[in-house]
Write a protein that binds this ligand. Structure first.
Ligand SMILES: [Zn+2]
Length: 120
């Protein structure tokens, strides 16, 4: 159910940005999903399908979920490190860091539209 409310928020923000005509032209919604957001891409995709069936809105739209790796910044040496297995440690000098650069985001990265000239 968590995923459904995320989809609802995505749709709400599209609805507030787009005109009625533009809404029908959306071909692809690209989401950035941080690895720390505790959301499975497949569950988001399924929730979007359920939304499409229930609402008949955005029926020709694809949902693309891009997972964003967890990256921390080290204040000791200035290096950025990719976090794996929840080990928040600098890969360069080994100091622990919780200074997150990415990995928690859940946002609309990009909206793509059908090419109106190709539709005709
Ligand atoms: Zn370091």
């Amino acid at each position: 159910m968590h995923e459904m409310s995320i989809i609802q928020q995505v749709v709400n923000s599209l609805n507030s940005e787009l005109s009625a005509e533009e809404k029908y032209q959306v071909s692809n919604i690209i989401l950035h999903l941080g690895e720390l957001s505790n959301v499975q891409p497949i569950l988001l995709e399924n929730a979007f399908k359920a939304y499409q069936e229930a609402s008949a809105d955005y029926v020709h739209t694809r949902l693309t979920v891009l997972q964003i790796p967890v990256v921390i910044h080290c204040d000791q040496c200035g290096e950025d490190s990719r976090v794996k297995q929840y080990v928040f440690k600098c890969n360069n000098c080994g100091k622990p860091s919780t200074n997150l650069i990415s990995g928690e985001e859940l946002l609309i990265h990009k909206i793509e539209f059908f090419d109106p000239f190709k539709l005709q």
